[in-house]
Design a protein around this ligand. Structure first.
Ligand code: XMP
Length: 323
C-alpha cells in the first residue's frame, strides 16, 4: 500500500544503507523538493548531513528567514547559510539582458556553493561522499534516466575542491510526484509555507526586474511582491493559482498624480497564472476586488510605483516569467 508512512520508512532505510557512516551535503533553495529531500535524509542520518543555503539577495521577503528559522526548527538540520548578496549584486551590476543575468547568477551560485562545500569537507569528521538532490519522478522520466547510479562530477575549477572529487547522488524523491512530495513533507512536520510553496525561479527576483538589478530596485519589488502575496493568501487564492510573478518595469516610467503632485514612476506587473505543469498556462481570472486591493496598496505603500498593470497573456505566446 502507498502511504506516506511507508514511503518514509522505506527511504530512511535505503538512505542509511547507501550513506553508511559517511557524510552528505544538500543544497537548499527554499523550494519544496530540496526541503523534503533534506528532511528525509536528516531523518535517516541526522548530523551526518549538512545543508547549504546560498542567500543571493534575490529572494522574496521572509524567504531566507523561513529556511533559517522554520526549516531548521522543524527538522533540526545542520545548516550553513552563506550571505552572498554583495557578491551577486556586484556580478549583476549594469546587466539587463535576461540570459546574461541567468548565466551570471548560475555561475556565481556554483562558485559560492562549492566554496561552502570545500569548507564543510575541510571540517573534522568522516568523508563527505554524498550529495542530496530533490529529483522527482517526472525529472527522471524526462531525462530518460533509470537506475539512480548517476555520479556527478563536481565543477572543480573553482572553490578549492580536490581535482577528482566525485559525489554519489542521494535522490530520495525519485519515485514521487509533486503532490506526493508535499504529503511526505507534511508527514515529516515541515511548515505549511514550505510544503505548499508555489514555484519560484532559481534566479529569483533577478529575472523579475526588467532592467538592471540594484539593491534599491530589489527592495522595492520585494515590498510590492509581499503585498500581492499577502492579499492573494488572505483571499484564499493560493491553491487556485499556480503562481503569480510580480514584475518591476524598472526601465519604464509613466506619469501619474498623487496628492497634489505629478509623479513619474515605475509600473508593477501582476502575472497570476493557472497551469498544470508550467508548460502551458492561462492568465487567472482573479476577482476584481482582490486586484483592486493589491493595486491600491502597492501604489500607496511602495515608493516610486504609480501604476499596477495586469498581464492577460496565456502561455504560449507569453512565458510565465517576463525574462
Ligand atoms: P516560463 O517563464 O518559462 O516559466 O514560462 C516556467 C516555469 O519555470 C520557472 N522558471 C524557472 N525556474 N530557474 C528555475 O528554477 C529558471 O531560470 C526559471 N525560469 C523560469 C517559472 O517560475 C515557471 O514556474
Amino acid at each position: 500500500d502507498w502511504t506516506t508512512g511507508n514511503v518514509i520508512e522505506e527511504q530512511v532505510a535505503a538512505i542509511r544503507a547507501q550513506v553508511g557512516d559517511k557524510r552528505a551535503i544538500c543544497g537548499l533553495s527554499g523550494g519544496v523538493d530540496s526541503a523534503v529531500a533534506a528532511a528525509l535524509v536528516q531523518k535517516a542520518i541526522g548530523s551526518q548531513l549538512t545543508c547549504v543555503y546560498v542567500d543571493h539577495g534575490l529572494m522574496r521577503q521572509g524567504e531566507t528567514e523561513q529556511v533559517e528559522k522554520d526549516f531548521v526548527a522543524s527538522t533540526g538540520v545542520n545548516l550553513k547559510v552563506v550571505d552572498a548578496e554583495e557578491r551577486f549584486l556586484k556580478a549583476l551590476a549594469g546587466v539587463s539582458d535576461p540570459e546574461e543575468k541567468r548565466k551570471i547568477i548560475g555561475r556565481e551560485f556554483i562558485r559560492v556553493f562549492e566554496q561552502a562545500q570545500a569548507e564543510i569537507i575541510a571540517d573534522e569528521g568522516p568523508a563527505v561522499e554524498f550529495l542530496v538532490q530533490g529529483t522527482l519522478y517526472p525529472d527522471v522520466v524526462e531525462s530518460g534516466g533509470g537506475t539512480g547510479a548517476a555520479n556527478i562530477k563536481s565543477h572543480h575549477n573553482v572553490g578549492g575542491l580536490p581535482e577528482d572529487l566525485e559525489f554519489q547522488l542521494v535522490e530520495p524523491l525519485r519515485k514521487l510526484f509533486k503532490d506526493e512530495v508535499r504529503m511526505v513533507g507534511q508527514e515529516l512536520g515541515l511548515p505549511e509555507e514550505i510544503v505548499q510553496r508555489q514555484p519560484f525561479p532559481g534566479p529569483g527576483l533577478g529575472i523579475r526586474i526588467v532592467g538592471d538589478v540594484t539593491k534599491e530596485r530589489l527592495d522595492l519589488l520585494r515590498q510590492a511582491d509581499a503585498i500581492a502575496r499577502e492579499e492573494l493568501t488572505a483571499a484564499g487564492l493560493d491553491r487556485e493559482i499556480w503562481q503569480c510573478p510580480v514584475v518591476l518595469l524598472a526601465d519604464v516610467r509613466s506619469v501619474g498624480v498623487q496628492g497634489d503632485g505629478r509623479t513619474y514612476g515605475h509600473p508593477i506587473v501582476l502575472r497570476p497564472v493557472s497551469s498544470e505543469d508550467a508548460m502551458t498556462a492561462d492568465w487567472s481570472r482573479l476577482p476584481y476586488d482582490v486586484l483592486s486591493r493589491i493595486s491600491t496598496r502597492i501604489t500607496n505603500e511602495v515608493k516610486d510605483v504609480n501604476r499596477v498593470v495586469l498581464d492577460v497573456t496565456s502561455k504560449p505566446p507569453g512565458t510565465i516569467e517576463w525574462e
